[in-house]
Design a protein around this ligand. Sequence first.
Ligand code: TRP
Length: 464
Amino acid sequence: MAQPRGQWSGRLGFILAAAGSAVGLGNLWKFPYITYENQGGAFVLVYIAAIALVGLPIMFAEIILGRRSQLSPVGAFRKLAAGRPGGSGWCAVGYLGVAAGFIILSYYSVVAGWTLRYTWMALSGELGRLAAEPGALDTFFGGYVADGGAQLLGNGLFMATTVAAVFFGVKSGIERVATFLMPILMVILLSLAVYAATTPGFGAAISFLFRPNFGELTSHGLLEAVGHAFFTLSLGMGAIVTYGSYMGKETSIPVSGLAIAALDTIIAILACIVMFSIIFTFDLDVTKSAGILFTTLPAVFFQLSGGGLLAASFYILVAFAALTSTISLLEVVSSFSIDELGWSRHRATLTMGAAIFLFGILNALSLGANDALTSLNVFGDTHLGVFNNLDYLASNWLLPVGGLLIAIFTGWILSPRDTLAEMETGHPGSRSWFPGWLALIRFVSPLAVGAIIFSIIFLGMEYQ
Ligand code: TRP
């Protein structure tokens, strides 16, 4: 290979980069929305259990695969499966991951592009003018997503920023952006949370989130919590395998895995506290759509003092969170081209970034700009358009299936001697709790993920 493999500068670099991947639109948009839909309380507890019992074990598994092989997913499976049942057939899981990364990035960056436009409008005062006029935010949003040129511009800008970060490599690109953005993100979110604590709806928000009401919990909510644990931790497609492959042997897998999951969970819950305080203060109705972020919340920001600043900080927060996630998605595809096709990093990021942007045009124009793309119907009437069909495909099929196979491979195909050896590298005291992790990755995680897949096929449930 032409260039030496990149490495994080240390444990903190890995934790911040991986937490940057995990924290994204899933935390700031999807989690508050599904928590609201599932009546808070008990759902939040179940979600935390899903993170601990399914997400965390698979997180450890992905880090083990990456660091042991020092390769991105396709090569990781090829190397680790050699001489074991299934052999190089396991490479398919790696290819599935690369395809998932390509697909998810192609639509994720469209939504990420919206945050740039809304940040700009908050700063220029345009958002304030729209907020002052009843219904204007909705009308604007509808027109904006259907404006092909505007969508391509937003998506293009976001993709270019993502490419620029990944272009400079593991340490001077990805890690540098994450170590710069993640602390800022935390400061903005904590300031918004402090602000939220002064609003009249704060008390209601806290009791909504933390008072368990198990009567309200449905089996659908249970499975939704498990499905979301996957998406929010960036699991199931080898993003964490890839990041784990840049991790030094001195870094502890359990400590960094725990830190990533904890940061992701804390940020999701803080986002809920901010949004629910506002929602309960103004007694708003939350509807299912991108609306909560781009039509409901801006209206409210401008009813509070300092609305323009509040709105701008909020959209910058979402943009930063989305950027460190798009970086991880592009890195999966780029590192595949580097490891498997022998490309240079520069060639890989520019070519793959351009390819994903070009493919993403289909998504960008499927929100109203082009009739054929907007009405594409593969998975039924509730998922119209290329954008929604690809999101459905990735969230409901690619990630759960990938996660299931990763759990089976790590738990049953690799020998426990090898996984224990990798776990002990950087964390010598692992032997005592290792059997607990092994039981989770062998039985609990596959059964929980299997239940999701079963429910999608036979009960028609969906996880996005
Ligand atoms: N975890 C991110 C979020 O919550 C999205 C994401 C980034 C992702 N990389 C991923 C999801 C890899 C699945 C797989 O927004």
